[in-house]
Design a binder for this molecule. Sequence first.
Ligand code: SF4
Ligand code: SF4
Length: 319
Amino acid sequence: MNRFAAKLAEHSLALRHTRTEILQVNVGKLCNLTCVHCHVNAGPKRKEIMTRDTIDRVIAWLAKTDIATVDLTGGAPEMIPDFRYFVERVTELSPRRRVIDRCNLTVLLEPGHEGLGQFLAAHQVEVIASMPCYSPDNVNAQRGEGVFDASIKALQLLNSLGYASDSSLPLHLVYNPNGAFLPAPQAELEADYKRELYDHFGIRFNSLYTITNLPIARFASYLKHNNQLSAYMELLNNSFNPQTVDGLMCRNTINVSWTGEVFDCDFNQMLGMQWKNNDRALYLWDVDPEAVAEREVLTNDHCFGCTAGAGSSCGGALV
Ligand code: SF4
Ligand code: SF4
């Protein structure tokens, strides 16, 4: 039994799927940035991207379900050639599904992506955008030189298209710590962000989500390089909060890779912890959506990142 499973058992808790409400699709590892905290090891040279054939199979499976939300992530999901095709196919489904784009903002200004903001607005795609600070130094240190200015321009563009003022165009920001520590309380940070971004740049957004960095991939390398990995693991372990377990995103989400393989969450995907049947990897189209409830979630020590303090999920703090 891993340490996380032992901790759950100590608290008489189990981690099992409930009804699936979110299909999270990681369409690939291609990205225009190479952030220090990236759990995907994404970057401009990555070749792994979802093909149109796989998109069609995902859409065909989704059409047979009543899963209400499709959460597109990457990499920079907008950079795959069939991103707009994917969004169009999802928004044509009946009943209508909510579509989320996990956006790094800078991609909205990249050559070759002209009209992307307008496309997102026209299809009422909810934007959840990474913005690790409201001051340039922290953003540039984590995401690269010039990223802060580009992110501000992109947020102003989204506001000009109606994001954060039109109720059909939600715009949420994501904060993650710039090092080996837990996020500050979400409500306090949100108030700071709202004040600073509006006062200095006239930017509005709906909510701020705080997300804890999980000790995997590029962030694990960063911790190892700085000799902080074991201290960070201890921090996460010592901050275990049993009240977060009910709300963990792996309970109501199915996560799919660019190949169509299925996981409990994007972190498990990066660790190669896919769903299997008799040692054979399961693809989305092998999964009976009605048979997912009560399925046990695969865990390991990285899961302590989701249960530390106020908890962490794709929708921010949990308690
Ligand atoms: S954290 Fe997001 S924006 Fe940064 S490299 Fe990874 S996928 Fe790209
Ligand atoms: S990493 Fe978090 S979301 Fe993923 S399985 Fe573990 S607890 Fe659940």
